[in-house]
Design a protein around this ligand. Structure first.
Ligand SMILES: [Zn+2]
Length: 183
């Protein structure tokens, strides 16, 4: 499958590829030698759940100063509030006691650069079938964050009383707070 084809026009994607799995396993062997987290509990000590975009430039632990054991981190393309994210946040709150929600979207997101129609038409042309899911493309990261907040406000399955949304600036590393309603 040639996944590079449609993306090359939008992103800098090199065609060079070799599997990383050997390096990853070696890295893990090193990691395990000095492993020090065996005493951590599964329930996040900060009672915090973060929903963020999967963007490779965002180290959620680093940019929020988090440590292992402190928060649940849920990531997908865009940090979109899908049914599955609601499932995870609901479980996080009900089984693991989290109370606070932070949404992290960002500037220069891949979903700002792709056309849902074109993407799906390409899939259908190549595979004969198009997905039922939405790509959740957007133009403005601030209104997209607001959209995610609205989805958590309207779902009955999540307590949104301690919720904040932010846009992360990939050029400066700064967070910009997003108000719930457009003013
Ligand atoms: Zn993104």
């Amino acid at each position: 499958m040639n996944l590079d084809r449609s993306l090359n026009s939008l992103f800098v994607v090199s065609n060079n590829f070799s599997e990383n799995i050997d390096d990853l396993i070696r890295n893990n062997n090193e990691f395990a030698k000095s492993f020090d987290d065996s005493g951590l509990q599964a329930a996040p000590t900060m009672k915090l759940v973060v929903v963020a975009c999967m963007d490779s430039r965002m180290d959620i632990f680093k940019l929020l100063g988090l440590e292992n054991g402190e928060a649940h981190i849920i990531r997908n393309a865009g940090g979109v509030i899908t049914d599955d994210v609601i499932r995870s946040v609901c479980l996080s709150q009900r089984l693991m006691g989290t109370r606070e929600i932070v949404l992290l979207h960002h500037t220069d997101c891949g979903l700002q650069k792709v056309s849902e129609e074109k993407f799906k038409a390409e899939l259908e042309g190549e595979l004969g079938i198009k997905p039922r899911w939405s790509l959740e493309t957007f133009v403005d990261p601030y209104s997209d964050t607001r959209q995610s907040m609205e989805r958590l406000i309207v779902t009955p399955f999540v307590d949104h009383s301690h919720m904040n949304g932010f846009v992360y600036d990939t050029r400066t590393g700064e967070l910009y707070k997003v108000e719930e309603k457009a003013k």
